[in-house]
Design a binder for this molecule. Sequence first.
Ligand code: FAD
Length: 478
Amino acid sequence: MVVWFRRDLRLHDNRALAEAASLGRPVVPLFVLDEESPRVRPLGGASRWWLHQSLHALAEDLAGLGLSLRLRQGPASDVIPKVVRETGAGRVVWNRCYEPASVARDTKIKTTLRADGVETESYAGSLLSEPGEILTGQGTPYKVFTSFWKRLRECYRAPPPHPAPKRLAPGPAIASDHLDDWGLQPTAPDWAEGLRETWEVGETAARRRLADFMADGVERYGIDRDRPDLEGSSRLSPHLHWGEIGPHQVWRAAAPLIEADAPGASGHEALLRELAWRDFSHHLLSDSPHMETDNWRTALDRFPWGDDPQALAAWQQGRTGYPIVDAGMRELWHTGWMHNRVRMITASFLTKDLLIHWRDGEAWFWDTLVDADLANNVANWQWVAGSGADAQPFFRIFNPIRQAEKFDPAGAYVRRWVPEIARLPDRWLHQPWEAPPNALSEAGVELGRDYPPPIVDHAAARERALQAYEKTRRRPQT
Ligand code: FAD
């Protein structure tokens, strides 16, 4: 039988693999690099880098079971039937993904294989709950997160864990691409040094990160999770995205303390609540596929987004003159990850201070995040922009200075990522343009030479955004 790995690059708690183990049939483990199926979005650069490392780790882990991971490239609807013919497999199994393009493709593959007399089975496992499972009393999907979370919390029961198989019988040795030939890693230039310094990739690393966070971190998560200057959150997002660890595993790790009402369990509860945002985003995208590219709330369709390539480039490169925004954008570029609070600040700055469409920001995050995830990215961008479900209302505009003072109070985060202004006293660090000339010269900073002046005045930009929004609201529907 063929076990088709997708975004479940792990051996533990992998239902498709567990099924193969229970049936005892010879197994061909397969990964397909499919960027050609209709509407499937090609991976961004940082995701490609992660995938390379993750497949490498998975291949080693599978080798320990006696299996050799097979790699193929092309539209999965061509590749899977071809592999079935080459191996003579009578059964293909996989774990489900929920992006609309995946669902359409996988449904087609199932139909084709079954018509050819090949058994297929797919399993849940990459979310706590599948789209369509958590519904309102009227049988419709939730549009407000708090109610969704309440319902999920009431109905969710973690399924029994599936241990990693010990050994599996190998299927026929068919040809495989070489991972290096896929060119997933950047070479000229090699921009991945920061990613290599920051991340350990693969299931073993993911399990260790979860265990470490449960041992040290989660108790303070409820308090520290908003602080980019601390390691206050789990940093599990790329591992969860690629399925190196599954959400049920996180739930099982956190739930016993909550059930025992143990001290510090509020951090565990907060973690599960954040995990549920992931489900909520996937349910939203599944119910409203148009939100991948268009406003979930059509009221924002008439919003007069601007076109300012220079401002977009300044935002991407971390030289807006707002230190907390620049710190976030540089952290993203260097590590492939950005703290959630700073994601919100930078996204608000792009959409509201610069009036640049959320789609441009979403595309940049897609390319640069190691955890780039279609549902999470579009839902969160739309949440900040005010066009999403249960979104931040448009008129709530993040003030980058107040946010920085609150969540990076001693300036450690900004000093790390914007070292050219590190010697400024705390008082001026988050707004260097307000610093008196002697404070700037003592810190060795000349604005415009060492660090840019702000590209917009936040107070004026805020007014401009509110006026644009007001006009949009008043403009009659066409
Ligand atoms: P923790 O705080 O430890 O949370 C645990 C897990 O819960 C995360 O790993 C993640 O899987 C999930 N989670 C937490 N917050 C959210 C959230 N708001 N929405 C959905 N899931 C959440 N997350 C992505 O995984 N991929 C993206 O492409 C992505 N794009 C984003 C874009 C914007 C503009 C914003 C504001 C947020 C985005 N997020 C995205 C959500 C969030 O910022 C990250 O999941 C989080 O920062 C990951 O860090 P962590 O693993 O330490 O999270």
